[in-house]
Design a protein around this ligand. Structure first.
Ligand code: G6P
Length: 475
């Protein structure tokens, strides 16, 4: 039975923090991610719905309306959280798609759970979408949904966007279920990636592991049983942030005061360096701390004249590699602070929690040097947020060439984070850069980020999807 919504987003997580009290009443506070902000206008104008998991195991909730959006919760059992979410999504696909920074694990019971959960999401989407609706599936947790949904609802337009990198075929080929994943994605009309390299890797994988022909960005799927020939397009759409919102918050008097207060609480250092990440092994947090520790040990930077604030928000804490990373990072921070701290002054201020939006913008405004040292990252929105938060044209961005953002942010100091000496040199260059040079670079960076915001990203993706020939929708 088709549903009533013309536009449906399908993502692993719902864009809300959901609480259910003892009487079963639901309270939901919006979780203001970039994607929600970008899609809110389309959601409102097209009677949109969002299909996703509440974030808690064994929670069976009816769909409900919040903030001008219809939310359709998909339940996951505790075992599915272990096998589909922590297992296949985050201990198989996540490391495999991020250049095997840690070894991916391949387990058939995880794969089976991934398939079953993807089928549940596809069915929820099928029951939510109006005839001829547009359905936009998000990210690596749901790669089988496009094909599953097409089988259930050949009348809908299906877009898919991969927020993380798509790996080179030599690595992707390790996946025992590589063909099924490619077939899953090819159920979409449009498959979007962050970088041109990701789309190229995907097209190579299509050629290597399927019979389908490709021409430019297009894959042709020959007629099959009663289904006519159809075309799938693989395109590049670099995601961004709500740049105007960050810029405006950064300009406010309150933020500026808070930024000054933060600096003074940290002992008014000459150079304040900042790292902001989910605590994830892809982010190169250890490489960054090592480089900083060596600069301090070599007395090229001195404490407390220099300080590093590292905000590492908790993430996927049940997954083994994340537990190990936390221990390693905390031991490193402890060593450096033990060697170089003094009463009331640390070399590194390490925070294992997240902060509200306003506090993050104040931190960005307070920091002289922003360190984004990812070993591999689909885009890295922190880099873009830092730039948007500097209307004063102050601050220097040190950016890994392995983050998608490097394609657009060439005026940052680009580094290879594996090259510790090179990273140290860039950190010194950033710490000592003249105000005129900072302004020159920041002006160009800001132009890119303010002109290419997340609203533009969503519009571009949806307009390509909506302008694709309707031929695809014939049964
Ligand atoms: C990355 C992924 C998202 C994911 C987010 C947080 O940005 O691309 O799909 O939602 O990390 O991770 P989590 O596992 O907490 O949802």
């Amino acid at each position: 039975m088709p549903g009533t919504h013309d536009f449906v987003v399908v993502a692993n997580r719902l864009p809300a923090d959901i609480r259910v009290d003892s009487e079963g009443n639901i309270t939901s506070t919006p979780a203001p991610g970039g994607l929600v902000t970008a899609l809110a206008p389309v959601m409102r104008s097209q009677d949109g719905a969002w299909v996703g998991w509440s974030g808690s195991p064994d929670q069976h909730l009816d769909s409900f309306d919040t903030d001008g959006m219809h939310l359709v919760p998909v339940p996951l059992s505790e075992q599915e959280v272990e096998r589909y979410y922590e297992g296949f999504s985050n201990a198989t696909l996540w490391p495999l798609y991020h250049d095997v920074i840690v070894a991916p694990e391949y387990h058939r019971i995880w794969w089976n759970s991934y398939r079953e959960v993807n089928q549940r999401f596809a069915e929820a989407a099928a029951g939510t979408a109006e005839r001829g609706a547009t359905v936009w599936v998000q990210d690596y947790q749901l790669q089988l949904v496009p094909e599953m949904l097409r089988r259930l609802r050949p009348d809908v337009r299906i877009g898919f966007f991969n927020h993380i990198p798509f790996p080179p075929v030599e690595l992707f080929g390790q996946l025992p279920w590589r063909k099924q994943v490619i077939d899953g994605l090819l159920g979409a009309d449009l498959v979007g990636f962050q970088r041109t390299g990701d789309a190229a890797n995907f097209l190579r994988a299509v050629r290597r592991f399927t019979e389908h022909g490709t021409r430019g960005q297009q894959v042709t799927i020959g007629p099959h049983w009663n289904r006519p020939e159809r075309h799938v397009r693989a395109g590049t759409f670099a995601i961004s942030i709500d740049s105007a919102k960050v810029d405006e918050a950064a300009r406010s008097e309150k933020t500026q005061q808070r930024a000054a207060q933060l600096r003074s609480e940290l002992g008014d250092p000459d150079v304040l360096m900042l790292g902001v990440d989910r605590l994830d092994y892809t982010k190169g947090i250890r490489h960054r701390i090592k480089a900083f520790g060596e600069l301090v040990a070599e007395k090229k930077l001195t404490v407390p004249r220099t300080a590093l604030v590292q905000v590492a928000s908790p993430s996927r804490e049940q997954v083994e590699q994340y537990k190990t990373l936390r221990q390693e990072v905390e031991v490193m921070v402890g060593h450096i602070n033990g060697d170089h701290g003094s009463w009331g002054r640390s070399a590194i201020y390490y925070m294992h929690h997240s902060y509200p939006f306003e506090e993050m913008v104040a931190l960005y405004r307070a920091a002289d040097v922003m360190l984004v040292t990812a070993l591999r990252d689909g885009m890295n929105l922190v880099a873009k947020e830092y730039v948007a938060a500097r209307p004063d044209l102050g601050g220097v961005l040190v950016l890994s060439e392995f983050a998608g953002a490097a394609d657009e942010l060439g005026q940052a100091l680009l580094i290879n984070p594996h090259d510790i000496e090179g990273t140290k040199a860039a950190m010194m260059e950033a710490a000592t850069m003249s105000p005129a040079e900072r302004r020159r670079r920041m002006r160009t960076l800001r132009k890119r980020v303010l002109e290419n915001d997340v609203q533009g990203w969503a519009e571009k993706f949806l307009s390509v999807l909506q302008n694709m020939p309707q031929r695809n929708s014939h049964v």
